[in-house]
Design a protein around this ligand. Structure first.
Ligand code: CAA
Length: 694
């Protein structure tokens, strides 16, 4: 694409209007950078031009650098040079912002002399989410615009702010209404009439002077970043760039920013995070769906079961502004569920996360229902009752009697057979698995599980519904455990072997925590409750020698104050328990296993390689469409560290031949051979990423 078609110039009297038109998000690809440079230079050189308005066509202002260019060598002109020229321009430049000004887009606005925006515009430097830092002056100009503390917060979290806050902070000069281009031209004309001032953020010192020498400010930012983004390099390196600019000079800060930016762009962390960025978007695309109508937003929902999951799911709808009816067979459970939801909202409000009025607005969207007949008006019905096929089938037979034609009927099961549940209705084509992750109102993943008879239209609507309630939906096939829990089970099997051979539960957990996961299988078991698995094992005639013994002692996890760990009264912190160690050692002895000391490296390998193997089987069987979908499941559903890109991306970084060899070495009698797909890719010296590209 030519620079002069992506960036055009037009004159409105004495104002040059420079327009970027690079759909879908006006990313700053090389031709856009070159076009901007040329257009601004031409306007400056034109004696008839008094000022320049910089605006964008389409749905948004510039949403950042073109991420697809990151793997290529840098191509001139680099953005920071273009922006230096814009800031140094001899005529005022006014950025006219709508949609989202993100990353390099916000940096372009910050290099402009003036910024006007529509009320709906939002602003952010989301680079840390891609494992990098702003690379075109963002770490230097933002603190000079909004102050160091706020800038540190925006840069280290990557979160956006809205136009009202941007105006209050001094990030923008005006919020305008109606025709943005016309309003920006009028603003520019006023600037010219008042003498053509060109305030340059690079020369503004007072906001950073406030922070100079205040090392505690940066120490606090580091503390928060370390807690929030454990293991990630980018937030800490961003703080370093801001600090250099505050304590030294704009030029020194810029040089530091540029150096760090180059290092991080080539880092494994950034590669992993970029992979997830694109994998998340790719997961929304379902190949092979027949022609289906473009799904419309759901206008109302019903959730059956007011337990922890049901309440959390109802909150998802209320949070997205969708009225939802919450139904439970037991009136006292419904009241309790509603009270829990209210408590959740109120605790968010107490932390300053929402206003008291907002709590009431959301609660008003959650209507208590009298019975299943109340699903009648809903566009989507989600069952979240006890995890038992017979109970779920009974509920679905009842839903079938009352739900309107065309409603999506979702079951929030984490393991059960969708087809068996769908068969309880006369419309299995409308039934689909909608597997939310706990806590449902927080975790972003939604596993959408297609049954044998699920219609394409139902799949399309379920995926759209997931996006509407701000989840990341991933389509899975119907099997025991779907994508996420199936891999979790593979890991759990090996974890059990490890503790019987010599490791202790807290050692296993620590290895995974240090790898970057929020917790390991034993702390997770205590959180979820050990009794659930115990009951399922009993139903299926299975055993898990140590876990069964803990349950027989009434150690069900956090809820009973003891499980794999013990818990002080009122605390959720797991404390290793010598009583558990004694049980583990005793079971090993009973099974005739000689315990030995097992190192962290072996523990990690033995926990993660079987997950990769199971992931390969999931791909072979078509349960997941692509390796990236599995990565998205693990990043958004289980807290896999984003800077390691998900288990399949991680496997590629380790090398599949190494993983295959590791699996063969740890194989026990009766274990299956490594997955054929893994064997094949390893033999060919390829990775899962090659599969995605094929
Ligand atoms: N580069 C390349 N492609 C991009 C892109 C970017 N910065 N941002 C979005 N896209 C692509 C997406 O991959 C997607 O492509 P497909 O349709 O082929 O899947 C398409 O644009 C639309 O994106 P979304 O589906 O995400 O659309 P949305 O309307 O839901 O969200 C958005 C729009 C808020 C801009 C979102 O896309 C987003 O957050 N983008 C990334 C913004 C970002 O991180 N910018 C910083 C880049 S780094 C930088 O700027 C460094 C620097 O210092 C110069």
């Amino acid at each position: 694409m030519q620079a002069d078609t992506l960036v055009t110039s037009a004159r409105d009297g004495d104002i040059a209007v420079v327009t970027v038109a690079n759909p879908p998000v006006n990313a700053l690809s090389q031709p856009v950078r070159a076009g901007l440079q040329r257009a601004v230079a031409a306007a400056v050189a034109d004696p008839a031009v008094g000022a320049i308005v910089l605006r964008c066509d389409g749905r948004t202002f510039i949403a950042g650098a073109d991420i697809t260019e990151f793997d290529k060598p840098p191509m001139a002109p680099v953005l920071s040079d273009v922006l230096m020229e814009i800031e140094a321009a001899a005529k005022p430049v006014v950025a006219a912002i709508h949609g989202t000004a993100l990353g390099g887009g916000l940096e372009t606005a910050l290099a402009s002399h003036w910024r006007v925006a529509l009320a709906g515009a939002r602003f952010g430097l989301p680079e840390v989410k891609l494992g990098i830092i702003p690379g075109a002056g963002g770490t230097q100009r933002l603190p000079r615009a909004v102050g160091v503390e706020k800038a540190l917060q925006m840069i280290t979290t990557g979160d956006m702010i809205d136009a009202r806050e941007a105006l209050a902070l001094g990030l923008i000069d005006a919020i305008v209404e109606g025709d943005l281009a016309a309003a920006a031209v009028a603003f520019a004309r006023r600037v010219v009439a008042e003498g053509g001032k060109r305030p340059r953020l690079s020369e503004r010192d007072e906001r950073v002077a406030d922070a100079r020498g205040r090392s505690e400010l940066f120490a606090e930012a580091r503390r928060q970043a370390t807690r929030r983004a454990r293991g990630q390099d980018a937030p800490l390196r961003a703080i370093e760039a801001v600090e250099a600019g505050v304590n030294e000079s704009f030029a020194a800060g810029l040089a530091r920013e540029r150096a760090i930016s180059a290092v991080l762009k080539a880092s494994d962390q950034s590669r992993a995070q970029r992979h997830l960025f694109f994998a998340e978007r790719e997961a929304g695309k379902i190949p092979g769906l027949g022609p289906v109508a473009r799904p419309v937003d759901v206008a109302s929902a019903a959730v059956i079961g007011a337990g922890t999951m049901g309440g959390g799911i109802a909150m998802c709808f209320a949070n997205a502004g969708v009225p939802v009816t919450l139904i439970d067979a037991a009136p006292e459970s419904l009241q309790r569920g509603l009270a829990v939801v209210r408590r959740n909202y109120e605790s968010t409000a107490a932390r300053g996360g929402m206003t008291a009025a907002e709590v009431e607005r959301r609660m008003a969207l959650i209507r208590p229902g009298a019975g299943i007949a109340d699903v009648a008006g809903a566009d989507v019905v989600i069952e979240a009752v006890f995890e038992n096929t017979a109970i779920k089938r009974a509920v679905f037979a009842e839903i079938d009697r009352h739900a309107k034609a065309g409603a999506v009927l979702g079951t929030n099961t984490s393991t059960l057979d969708i087809d068996a549940i769908a068969a309880a209705t006369g419309r299995p084509d409308s039934v689909i698995g909608l597997h939310f992750f706990s806590p449902a109102n927080v975790m972003r993943l939604l596993e959408v599980v297609r049954g044998a008879k699920t219609a394409d239209a139902t799949i399309a609507r379920a995926m759209a519904l997931g996006r509407q309630i701000r989840k990341v939906p991933v389509l899975a096939g119907n099997c025991d455990g779907f994508i996420g829990n199936r891999m979790l089970r593979a890991r759990g099997r090996e974890a059990e072997r490890l503790i019987l051979e010599g490791a202790l539960p807290h050692e296993v957990d620590r290895v995974l925590y240090e790898f970057g996961l929020p917790m390991g299988p034993y702390a997770m078991g205590d959180l979820a409750g050990l009794d659930i698995g115990w009951r399922i094992r009993q139903e299926r005639g299975l055993t898990s020698p140590v876990a069964d013994r803990l349950c027989a002692l009434g150690r069900f996890g956090q809820k009973t104050g003891a499980g794999w760990y013990r818990y002080e009264a009122g605390s959720r912190t797991p404390v290793p328990d010598p009583a558990v160690e004694a049980i583990v050692v005793e079971v090993s002895r009973e099974l005739g296993i000689a315990r030995r000391s097992i190192g962290a490296e072996e523990i990690l390998r033995r926990l993660l390689y079987p997950m990769v193997d199971e992931g390969a089987r999931i791909l072979e069987e078509g349960i997941a469409i692509r390796p990236g979908d599995i990565d998205v499941v693990w990043a958004y559903g289980y807290g896999w560290p984003v800077y390691r890109g998900g288990p399949m991306h991680w496997a590629d970084s380790v090398g599949l031949a190494r993983i295959r060899d590791g699996l063969l070495a740890m194989r026990r009698e009766g274990d299956p051979a490594p997955a054929a797909l893994l064997e094949r890719l390893a033999a060919e010296g390829r990775g899962f990423r090659d599969l995605a590209a094929a």
